[in-house]
Design a binder for this molecule. Structure first.
Ligand SMILES: Nc1ncnc2c1ncn2[C@@H]1O[C@H](COP(=O)(O)OP(=O)(O)OP(=O)(O)O)[C@@H](O)[C@H]1O
Ligand SMILES: [Mg+2]
Length: 357
């Protein structure tokens, strides 16, 4: 099937506030990031439609330049979660790529062009629509060049990551690339289509867990005091320089003008993650048990207990679901026999079920 080339002018009419509002329902906390992403997405649409209009009128450069984003933050704090939700709200094609799956051309693994191929796929093979999409590249820190200066124990230099960064540069800066348009199968040389990446927005994310500064590691993410206020001073924020030292290429960072740092989630926010979003895990289980005519609830202290267990496991919000499921296991087993009952889980139940009592 040849790719479609008919121009479909479907501009996004969402304002930054509307994008933010959508994200806000599903992503707890991380206010600065939600704002930055909403603005970037909105500007992206504006830029693309302006550039296209100028081109139609026959004007050449200067066109508005895109501003790719780099998200940095601890594990399980919502980086991938934000990207997924952004994909829900946006009306442009959106592809999520995992940087670790890619290799330099010629090596075993995917070529970076496959990312654009996935974008094309999500644009239903419409080249012109795909050319203004957004690509989210996750785990970007895993393709950092690990020099001998890094005290990572291995001491080795990983040139593989550097090669992938080089390959990505070409996409970031905007060039014409040959994209396989059948990403689901093996392709041959006739299955390529040329695409221009100039207007594709890239959002990258990584944990960068061991950034060194002044001879010691420093944690990424804002530390917050008890009142939930950000206490991390300005000079402690992650800078381009930190990321260069970490092993990102200067040319790469040069194309990532916006760096946003995610916050470490507070206990309160972790509780809200369990209870608040429309698709929260608590709501999910309540619904599930309601089908067996059981009314499920968790006490405030039970929720706090789940959060403190998640903190112990150091998995961020990712641990919440695992723990929740551990806690629910017995009940799920007995559920069909408990029809018509009310069940209240308290802190003691949580401690017992995760094996802490
Ligand atoms: N701020 C948040 N609001 C709501 N849910 C969240 C938030 N952060 C994390 N979660 C939940 O935790 C899970 C794991 O988070 P996510 O995958 O976004 O982590 P991450 O920041 O990408 O971590 P990693 O660096 O390990 O990939 C999500 O699927 C989501 O359910
Ligand atoms: Mg992630």
């Amino acid at each position: 099937m040849p790719p479609k080339t008919i121009e479909r002018e479907k501009e996004c009419r969402l304002t930054p506030r509307e994008i933010y509002h959508f994200l806000d329902q599903y992503v707890i906390g991380q206010d600065r990031v939600k704002r930055a992403i909403s603005i970037a997405a909105y500007n992206h649409f504006k830029r693309v439609s302006y550039n296209r209009e100028m081109e139609r009128k026959g004007f050449q450069l200067p066109l508005l330049k895109k501003s790719n984003i780099m998200m940095v933050g601890p594990t399980g704090c919502g980086k991938t979660h934000i990207a997924r939700n952004l994909a829900q709200v946006l009306e442009v094609p959106f592809a999520v790529a995992d940087a670790t799956e890619y290799t330099e051309a010629g090596y075993y693994g995917k070529d970076v062009e496959v990312m654009i191929g996935e974008l094309l796929y999500s644009a239903e093979m419409d080249v012109s629509v795909a050319e203004r999409g957004i690509v989210f590249v996750d785990e970007i820190d895993k393709i950092a060049r690990r020099g001998s200066a890094m005290k990572d124990g291995s001491g080795g230099r990983d040139i593989r990551g550097e090669g992938v960064q080089q390959a990505l540069l070409k996409l970031l800066e905007g060039s014409k690339v040959f994209v396989p348009y059948n990403i689901t199968q093996h392709w041959n040389k006739h299955d390529f289509v040329q695409m221009d990446t100039t207007n594709i927005l890239f959002i990258c994310a990584g944990t960068f867990t061991d950034i060194y500064r002044g001879g010691k590691t420093r944690p990424v993410g804002f530390k917050r005091g008890d009142a939930g206020k950000v206490v991390k001073p300005m000079e402690d924020r992650v800078t381009t320089e930190d990321l260069l030292k970490y092993g990102m290429l200067a040319e790469f960072m040069g194309r990532m003008p916006v760096i946003v740092e995610l916050e470490e989630l507070t206990d309160q926010e972790m509780v809200r993650i369990v209870t608040d979003p429309p698709d929260s895990i608590l709501k999910e289980y309540k619904q599930l048990l309601a089908l067996d005519k059981i009314e499920l609830d968790f006490s405030e202290s039970a929720l706090k207990e789940i959060v403190s267990e998640a903190k112990l496991r150091k998995l961020g919000a990712r641990g919440l679901r695992t723990i929740f499921e551990e806690v629910m296991q017995d009940l799920m087993f007995e559920a069909p026999e408990m029809s018509g009952k009310q069940v209240m889980i308290d802190a003691g139940d949580v401690r017992r079920r995760v094996g802490r009592d």
